[in-house]
Design a protein around this ligand. Structure first.
Ligand code: G3P
Ligand code: MG
Length: 387
């Protein structure tokens, strides 16, 4: 569905005072939109990609709706928006409602998940606890709480006395963990590997227990569910070579689980994986994009209220004829866009290198560009927007 300026008969128009007419007619936005990846497209680590600011400001100027969709996370959407605003210097700043991180869809899950206690993994300090709490979880524990209570759980842990004092919370060890949420890349990989394996193989999520496997028919199902918020095995920061991401932690977790449970060749640990390139993420982002367009039209861009869709539900109607996913990673950004009927645009400012062209898992539908500004200008021109 495309929203156009309402048809108002000339006669009725005359009866409306100009100022009322002016303020009540929605501002038009386009029937196409952009979704930008963050790392390797707008920034690299803490450094800006210089073409990001002019590219986003061009879209602001032409009222083209856009949001950011990153497989990063471990912080609140507002923190991520502030970080991108500060590094790129874009004006006006990006709203937190324009940010979809890998774990943002969990917002829509938090109200009716049925989990009492969750273990959150990843991120700096206790940011992940803050994220889960803001999303609506109430009993949230972290590996540092468990190590604080029982240090021998992870004999080689990297936590300092200061970390324990600042971030650890006392926990009741008799209460089971109902689910594991991996919200970001582990910081103390060794501790996280150990605690996650303990719980996947525990007696119904009780810390310090081991399940009896004799009567379990399908050992690929862990004792409690595990949700990985992204699958990126590689991502781009300011180093010249790609770095391992959360996907590397998933691979290690699956491998150890498979060995521990002697799974057959074709069996893998059952888990839920969010983030690009999966449909669940693209559907969620599509809803966010529609909500943002609505806010642009109605001058509500300062609003803090977001309409959250049900997870896994495609928008019934969309005002967009084309959604352009602009990314640097063929395996996440481009594959996800292609699989979900979006246009895909690949940049050379991140993970992708020319030498990867023949072997990449998905090819961009629009093309490969040197940077985000070149891509945005080309696409705007193709829609007859004067730049
Ligand atoms: O940890 C961040 C990384 O996995 C990817 O971020 O913005 O390129 O999706 P992005
Ligand atoms: Mg990227």
């Amino acid at each position: 569905m495309i929203t156009t300026r309402p048809a108002i008969a000339i006669r009725s128009l005359r009866r409306i005072p100009y100022h009322r007419f002016h303020s009540s007619v929605p501002r038009l936005t386009t029937d196409f939109a952009f979704v930008f990846d963050i790392d390797g497209v707008l920034i690299r680590g803490k450094k800006p990609i210089l073409q990001a600011k002019p590219a986003l400001e061009l879209l602001n100027q032409h009222k083209v709706p856009y949001i950011l969709m990153t497989n990063g996370g471990g912080v609140l959407e507002k923190t991520k928006a502030d970080e991108v605003n500060e590094i790129t210097g874009v004006v006006p700043p990006i709203s937190p409602l324009q940010v979809v991180q890998s774990h943002t869809p969990i917002k829509a899950l938090a109200l009716n998940h049925g989990f009492n206690r969750v273990l959150v993994i990843g991120g700096d300090g206790d940011n992940a606890r803050t994220v889960a709490g803001t999303y609506g979880f109430t009993d949230i524990i972290m590996p540092i709480d468990i190590v604080n209570a029982i240090p021998s759980v992870s004999p080689h842990h990297r936590f300092t006395a200061e970390d324990f004092a600042k971030y650890a919370k006392p926990i009741d060890l008799t209460k089971p963990v109902d689910a594991i949420l991996v919200l970001n890349d582990p910081r103390d990989m060794n501790t996280d590997i150990q605690i996650v394996q303990d719980l996947l193989n525990s007696q119904n999520g009780l810390i310090g227990t081991a399940r009896n496997t004799h009567h379990i028919r399908d050992l690929s199902e862990p004792s409690i569910p595990i949700i990985f918020s992204n699958n990126d095995y590689l991502y781009a920061n300011d180093y010249n070579l790609p770095r391992f991401g959360q996907g590397a932690f998933r691979i290690i977790t699956e491998k150890l689980y498979k060995m521990t449970n002697k799974l057959k060749k074709h069996q893998t640990l059952q888990s839920f994986i969010l983030g690009k390139p999966f449909k669940i993420q693209y559907d969620f982002a599509h809803h966010v994009l529609i909500d943002w367009r609505h806010k642009l039209i109605n001058d509500e861009i300062m609003s803090h209220h977001q309409i959250l869709p049900k997870l896994g539900v495609e928008p019934v109607e969309t005002p967009f004829k084309k959604i352009y996913m602009v990314g640097d990673n063929p395996a996440s950004d481009i594959k996800g866009a292609n699989d979900n009927g979006w246009e895909s645009v690949l940049l050379k400012t991140g993970v992708y290198k020319d030498a990867d062209y023949d072997t990449m898992v998905a090819k961009p539908t629009v093309g490969i560009f040197n940077n985000v500004e070149d891509a945005v200008i080309k696409i705007l021109e193709s829609h007859n927007v004067k730049v």
